[in-house]
Design a protein around this ligand. Sequence first.
Ligand code: SAM
Length: 364
Amino acid sequence: MELSALEKILIDKIAEEGPLSIADFMEQALVHPEHGYYMRRDPFGVDGDFITAPEISQMFGELLGLWTAINWQAMGQPETFNLVELGPGRGTLMADMLRAAGIIAGFSEAVRVHLVEASPVLREMQVESLKPFDLVQPVQWHDQFQQVPGGPLIVIANEFFDALPINQYFRTGDYWCPRVVDAKPDGDGLCFVLLPPHDTPDLPPGLKDSPNDKVVEVCPAALELVEAISGRIATDGGAALIVDYGHSEGGSGETLQAIRKHTYHNVLDNPGEADITAHVDFAALGQRVFASGARAHGAVPQGRFLQLLGIAERAKALAASATEEQVEDLGSALKRLVDTDEMGELFKVMAITRLDFPVPPGFE
Ligand SMILES: C[S@@+](CC[C@H](N)C(=O)[O-])C[C@H]1O[C@@H](n2cnc3c(N)ncnc32)[C@H](O)[C@@H]1O
C-alpha cells in the first residue's frame, strides 16, 4: 500500500522517538503545517468528506445568531463585545449569525468578530464569506482562543471540540495501559499498541470507575480550553455555546473515528487524507466548567435545542416565499437537523455562563 507523505514522516519520528500518543498522532493528522487534513483543503459538502449543520441550512446559523443577540442583551448590551468562533470552517455559520443578529438594534455596532482557525485555506474562505459585512472593526484571526483580547465575550463552537486530540487508556484491574500509535514491524504503515501500565492517568471523575477491560478516552486539550473559556466568562462576562456530537454521560468507550468521502475510514490509514474525530465528553466538560467558577447548561440534544429556538417556525416563514423545490429542501434540512435518527439526538449543545446569569434560550 502507498504510504501518505505524513505517514512516512510519522514512521520516521517513531523510529527515532518511540510510539506516539494518540493525541500527538491526531494533532499531526489534522493540523500538521504541511500535510494536516485541515491545512490544505475545503473538506465540506457533497464533493468533500462531510457536511456540517451550517452547511445544511442557513436556519442553523440564523438561530445561533439570535441566541447570541439575546445573550448580548442579557449581558446588559455592552457597548462592545467579542464574538469568538472556534473552527469557523467556510465562515458560513458566522455570516448567517451576523445577518440574523444584525436586525437587533445596536448589535452590529457592538460586535467585534474573532475567529480561531488553524487552516490557511479555510481562513481565506472565511475572508470571502465575511466580505459583505460592514463591520466596525475588521475580523481578527487567532491560532488559539487564549489570544483573543479581554472584555465581554460570546464564544460559539460547532464541530470544533470533536477535532481536539484525545488519548485512550485501556483498563485492566487497577491499572491503565496507554493505547499508542506505533510503526508496523514491516514498516508498511501504523498500528495501535498498548503500553505497559504506569502511573494512573489524570482522568475526569466520571471515568475513574470505568469497567474493567474497557477503553476510556480523555481530551486534555478540550478540558484546558473549556477552563480558559469559563475563566474568561467568570471574569469578563458573557456566554459560550458548544455544539458537537458526543455524550452527556462519561465513559462511552472508544469513539475515535475517521471519515473520508462521507464513509468510515481506518483511523491510521493515510493520515492527513481523512478527518479524524472523537465524541465530546460533555459530562467531563461540564465538571471542568463548574470547577472554573462558571455554570454549564445542558448538554441537551441539538433537536430539542433548535425546536425551542423556533426552527419549525423559521422553516415555515422561509417556505412562505420559496419555490416548490426550495420548500422540499427546507423540509429535508429541518428533518436532518432535528430528527432523533439524524443529527437531533447524537449532537448535543452545552452553554456556559456566569453563575448568576439567566438560563439561556434553548435550555429551559
Ligand atoms: C469540522 S470543521 C467545523 C467547521 C464549522 N464550525 C462548521 O460547522 O461548518 C472544524 C474546524 O475547526 C478547525 N480546526 C480544527 N482543529 C483546529 C485547531 N487545533 N485549531 C484551530 N482550528 C482548528 C478546522 O480547520 C475547521 O475550520
